[in-house]
Structures are given as C-alpha cells and as structure tokens.
Design a protein around this ligand. Structure first.
Ligand SMILES: [Zn+2]
Length: 238
C-alpha cells in the first residue's frame, strides 16, 4: 500500500490517519493526502482534526525530508498515536492540479511540435512558470505555443495515470522531460499520460481531463540569463 493517498487518487479531499511522530509543530502520519512541496509544485494546506477532542490544527506547510512527508502545523499539541482526520484545502489543491496538467501540456507542445525542452517549472495557485532553453525570446512564438495548447484543451483529452517497469520506461527518453530524481530502488515508474499527446514520468496531482484546466493565458516572458527564457501563465475558468 502506498502511504501517499494523492498518488492513487488526486481527488481525495478527506482522510483518516495516525500520528507516527512529532517534533514540536512538525508531525508525520502513517499515511497522508497532503502533497509536499516538490517537483516545482507547491504544497497542500488544510487541517488536521484530532478525533479524540475535536481540536483543529491548521497545516501551513508540507515538505519532504529524507524521503518522509512532514506536516508543519500552526501550533503544537498533537501526540504520537493520535488519530486525526485530514482535510486538504481543495480550492488550492485543485488550482495546483490544473496548473500542473497545464504545465505538462505546454511542455508537450514545445517538445512534440518544436523539439524544444523545458528545463524547469514552478507552480503556485496564482501563476505558473516554465523555463525554456532557447536562444532568442520571441513573444509571438510563445503566444503561439499557448494557443496550440488551448486548442488541445478543446479536444478534452483524458489524463490517465498508470505504472511502467523502470527498465521499459527508461528506453523512452520522452517520458523524462524534466530532470527528476527517482529513488534507485523503485521498480515501477508512475506515468501521467495526456492520452494520445504527451506522457511523462511524474509523481504529482493532475486533473482527469484537459477541459478542467479551463483556458491558459499568457502573462509574460522574461530573459533569465543565457539561453534561459522564463514564461509566466495563468488559468481562466471556462
Ligand atoms: Zn509534473
């Protein structure tokens, strides 16, 4: 069983868990649905409710430390063995999911249609950022990419998640568009597949179909050093 619930289902909003360790305001759970700050995507916030006394603890930050997910709470008080109900801030999570799938889609357009690769991304609920390794900053070209991405959203392709054996996955370099770290011992790679368009190895949360993204809006593109162009985008509900 996986102790990260979001890996199996990005749409879970509430869950039950047991506190396995505490260090002041920082606690670990036997399982969690809180996504930690990783892969260029911001963390989930929300709350933990102590089932024993109903006390509520706001989760303000979630990170991964030495392979373990740590929840930073607003205040101390939970103890090892406490059973809690976890509730994630769904508005925030859902925006991050939409941004994350949108980032995969844009990176897919760059690589598939223009053989260009993304070098990084940073996503928060307010805006998305993608770094691109190109020599010249051509705003019209970037806008064209966003238009093409929006046309693909109109097709409302499903987003499927499945696993591949690591040996098989490594034969296909297109699955690894972003430099990502994978633990050496893993045997299976999780694939996020915008069906028929772009598949990438990924451990994050995504929407089930492209229409959920809404519409991608170009904000601006800036030069960030030699060959690095930084593109900012936003999402509109449709
Ligand atoms: Zn991703």
């Amino acid at each position: 069983m996986n102790d990260c619930l979001y890996i199996e289902d990005s749409y879970i909003k509430e869950f039950s868990a047991t506190v396995t360790s505490t260090k002041g305001k920082y606690i670990a759970l036997d399982k969690t649905n809180f996504y930690p700050n990783s892969g260029g995507v911001e963390w989930d916030t929300g709350k933990l409710v102590n089932k024993r006394d109903g006390k509520v603890y706001n989760v303000v930050y979630v990170g991964k430390f030495e392979g373990k997910i740590s929840h930073e709470l607003e205040k101390e008080g939970l103890k090892e063995g406490d059973e809690v109900k976890g509730i994630i801030d769904w508005d925030r999570r859902y925006k991050l999911m939409r941004f994350h799938t949108a980032a995969h889609l844009i990176s897919g357009v760059f690589s598939k249609n223009y053989n260009l690769s993304i070098t990084g991304n940073q996503l928060n609920p307010e805006k998305g950022r993608i770094d691109l390794n190109i020599e010249k900053l051509d705003i019209e070209f970037i806008k064209k990419i966003i238009d093409e991405a929006n046309q693909i959203i109109e097709k409302d392709l499903p987003v499927e998640i499945y696993y591949k054996d690591i040996e098989e996955a490594q034969k296909d370099s297109s699955l690894f568009k972003l430099a990502m770290e994978f633990p050496r011992e893993i045997k299976k790679i999780r694939i996020v597949d915008i069906k028929g368009f772009d598949a990438q190895a990924d451990g994050g949360c995504h929407v089930n179909s492209l229409k959920e993204i809404g519409k991608i809006k170009f904000i601006e593109a800036v030069n960030k050093g030699r060959n690095n162009r930084r593109i900012y985008f936003n999402l509109e509900n449709k």
